[in-house]
Design a protein around this ligand. Structure first.
Ligand SMILES: Nc1ncnc2c1ncn2[C@@H]1O[C@H](COP(=O)(O)OP(=O)(O)OP(=O)(O)O)[C@@H](O)[C@H]1O
Length: 249
């Protein structure tokens, strides 16, 4: 079994009397899509936030790329190559589509700028940024303001920004949300290929996408992982059917 790039051991997080993460242990291995599913309020987003460093766990350890990262803040984790995407806040709406990707590129280029202007004038960033836009199918929108593109295109742009960061792992929180059937299909195909670049921890309610993509699935219910396994194992698991999948499986 290949070494995990990301591993959580015995993570707990309590909000008042609510145990949002209850002794969670899971890992993400090279080349895989590991889906995290579960009912509303099960604690999926809370877990992603702890991995990304946005909220602190009460106990447990998180290792990423061979290091214990419990004490690292979100910026440090993202610099290490942990890419959290599909947060609209990560885009700059007034900048062009191309400029958004250029800004992401410069953050990994090692150059430090205090202001945006020098970045946007750096011609060496244009070509790699355009290449990322080509990959996600957004090259023809390069000069539009990020604020003016469609919802689906914004998702593609977030993906291009994530790619530009050259991450070692992706954390994707409901990428299919708000997408039409056509958009979901396109994104599913894209994510399928993306796992070759970096493994993906995928939180998603769209079960068609999860069953099509996941190498492994973990099921979270009331903050606890009740099962981890392949698509077939999870579909056939009686506890999972009772707690979440019901007729859907
Ligand atoms: N900052 C907070 N303070 C108090 N309670 C919180 C906080 N954040 C989340 N919760 C609670 O923790 C539980 C888990 O929430 P979380 O958003 O992680 O679930 P989820 O599985 O992502 O749900 P969904 O599928 O609806 O997005 C919920 O009961 C939620 O109300």
């Amino acid at each position: 079994m290949p070494d995990a790039i990301l591993s959580l051991s015995n993570i707990t997080k309590q909000f008042g009397s609510l145990l949002a993460s209850d002794d969670v242990t899971l890992d993400l291995r090279p080349g895989e899509i590991h889906a995290l599913i579960g009912p509303n309020g099960a604690g999926k987003s809370t877990l992603i936030k702890q991995i990304a460093g946005e909220i602190q766990s009460d106990s447990g350890n998180i290792h990423f790329d061979g290091q214990l990262i419990n004490e690292f803040d979100a910026v440090a984790r993202s610099r290490m190559g942990l890419a959290r995407t599909f947060q609209v806040s990560s885009l700059m709406p007034e900048f062009s589509v191309l400029q958004n990707v250029m800004l992401a590129r410069q953050s990994v280029s090692g150059k430090v700028f205090r202001f945006f202007r020098p970045v946007l004038g750096d011609k060496s960033l244009v070509e790699p940024a355009m290449a990322q836009l080509e990959r996600v199918g957004l090259a023809d929108r390069a000069q539009m303001r990020a604020a003016d593109i469609s919802h689906g295109e914004r998702r593609q742009l977030e993906m291009a920004v994530a790619l530009a960061l050259e991450p070692k792992a992706f954390l994707l929180d409901e990428p299919m949300a708000g997408m039409g059937p056509e958009g979901s299909k396109r994104l599913t195909g894209f994510l399928d290929g993306l796992r070759a670049q970096a493994p993906i921890l995928l939180v998603e309610h769209d079960m068609d996408a999860v069953f099509a993509l996941a190498d492994r699935i973990s099921v979270l219910v009331y903050g606890r992982i009740i099962a981890t396994g392949t698509v077939d194992e999870i579909r056939g698991n009686e506890d999972v059917k009772r707690a979440y999948l019901g007729e859907e499986a």
